[in-house]
Design a protein around this ligand. Structure first.
Ligand code: HEM
Length: 446
């Protein structure tokens, strides 16, 4: 679907209309117009009504799908939980999960077996998010068999299917896939209820936490129990699932794309390994935040990966009032599909736009990390969105990417990396854009 829209924007120009069922949608590929729309939130544009309803039907109307005042209250809490200070104090846990991931990869490498790259990356990202947002160590990395993310994996493809369906068939007819979704979601909600119970018990045991909640789930519970609360129990549960979903596939798929893209460029691979060896020294992984932050070439690879393979190549929005987008007047209620990759692939902004050249990010990325204003290049490639609803997990995601990439290339070499059936890697959009399932074989680096 996203490739078709991108092709239409080449054929018809940066503004074009198309229909899905009875819905008419305005496609926008002009980066300036997209930036203006994304910044014109929450007043001018919102997440679409369809998205809000579909998420609500699944019991996950959290900060990603909510609008208006409900969104404002949830967003404030999420931002506090993901601010740089909190992510900093969480670093020791992140280091512990990375150490576990190293042990897991080492086991695979010593056995010389091929393993499912994305599945392992998702174990890592889900463990990280659960630790940061809920203060629990779910340790899927060292669990065998079924884990919570086995069930979460079924949610995104179905969300995608329902959002692109010409009409809401599932309200009348439940196909086997819809019934399977109900079963998986019931398990996810049961696990989430257990996380909430644990957090309530922590608050009861340690009333001091009410003044200074240690994580998002505690902050939300305290708020939901206060007089005049803006959050309900439903909101708390919705946001727990939202965080698991938002933090899992996005970062894991970006890492999978990075490993795939780098593996095709021997000079990039060599430079990643050199940087990891130099910066990590004798360590198997970055044991301090300053070490993880010093991996500038690795960070450049992350930015270049997200330019070529943004996990959200399309962002759907809906105008809350009559608007002019570029030079197109639209009535209130118009759905807009923002094509996030077109500018990033435009030769006017990026020389050799198809090539994977991380070096192009070294200057501005380092400056942005140091807190200087974003450059025009970062305004064109917007993998985390922009404006008031920009991804609140971006600092955490960039840190995870540096941790995993440096640990991987410090300790292992890639012996083989291919799709299940050996076909070329393809882009699969199921809410986030993933590469085809990749099997990887590692060997210990001598
Ligand atoms: C490489 C990894 C990631 C990418 C590329 C990514 C990308 C995005 C994008 C494009 C959006 C929509 C922004 C907009 O509407 O302007 C978004 C929203 C969001 N992301 Fe991320 N994300 C990543 C990782 C994470 C992580 C690790 C978390 C948290 C654990 C997270 C939590 C969220 C949430 C809660 C929202 C909704 C924000 C709102 O609507 O106010 N994301 N992300």
């Amino acid at each position: 679907m996203h490739r078709a829209m991108e092709a239409w924007s080449v054929e018809y120009g940066p503004f074009f209309r198309f229909r899905v069922g009875r819905r008419e949608i305005l496609g926008v590929a002009d980066t300036g117009a997209i930036g203006a729309i994304l910044r014109d939130r929450p007043a001018g544009f919102r997440r679409t009504r369809l998205l809000e309803t579909v998420f609500h039907e699944l019991g996950i109307l959290g900060v990603f799908a909510a609008n208006g005042d409900a969104w404002r209250a949830q967003r404030r809490m999420v931002m506090a939980a993901f601010d740089t200070r909190h992510v900093k104090s969480y670093f020791p846990f992140l280091a512990r999960v990375t150490e576990r991931f190293h042990r897991r990869l080492n086991g695979h490498a010593l056995r010389g077996v091929a393993f499912d790259l994305q599945a392992d990356l998702m174990r890592y990202t889900v463990d990280v998010v659960a630790g940061l947002a809920f203060g629990v160590d779910i340790n899927t990395l060292e669990s065998d068999g079924e884990t919570i993310q086995t069930h979460l994996n079924h949610v995104f493809p179905m969300l995608n299917r329902r959002l692109s369906a010409p009409f809401p068939y599932w309200r009348w007819l439940r196909l086997p896939a819809d019934r399977a979704l109900d079963r998986h979601l019931a398990i996810v909600h049961r696990e989430v209820a257990a996380l909430i119970t644990q957090a309530r018990e922590r608050l009861a045991r340690n009333p001091g936490l009410r003044e200074a909640p240690a994580n998002l789930i505690e902050a939300m519970l305290v708020e939901s129990e206060s007089p005049g609360a803006q959050l309900t129990d439903y909101d708390v549960a919705s946001n727990v699932v939202t965080m698991l979903l938002a933090g899992e596939d996005t970062t894991a798929n970006t890492l999978a794309w990075l490993i795939h893209l780098a593996s095709r460029e021997p000079p990039v691979l060599a430079r990643l390994a050199d940087e990891a060896t130099r910066v990590l020294g004798d360590g198997r992984f970055a044991e301090r935040l300053e070490v993880a932050s010093a991996l500038s070439f690795t960070a450049a690879c992350a930015h270049e990966t997200m330019r070529l393979k943004p996990v959200a190549p399309i962002i759907l929005l809906q105008a809350s009032e009559p608007k002019v987008v570029g030079d197109v007047a639209i009535p209130a209620g118009t759905v807009v599909a923002a094509l996030m990759r077109r500018g990033a692939m435009d030769g006017r902004f990026f020389e050799r736009p198809d090539a994977f050249e991380p070096e192009r990010w070294l200057g501005p990325a380092a400056a942005a990390a140091a807190g200087t204003p974003v450059t025009s290049r970062e305004r064109i490639s917007m993998p985390f969105g922009a404006g008031p609803r920009i991804c609140p997990g971006r600092n955490l995601a960039l840190l995870e990417i540096n941790m995993v990439t440096s640990m991987l290339f410090r300790n292992f070499v890639i012996k083989a990396l291919h799709t299940e059936d050996g076909a070329p890697v393809r882009e699969w959009l199921s809410f986030t854009m993933a590469p085809s399932r990749l099997l990887i074989t590692l060997a210990p680096r001598s």
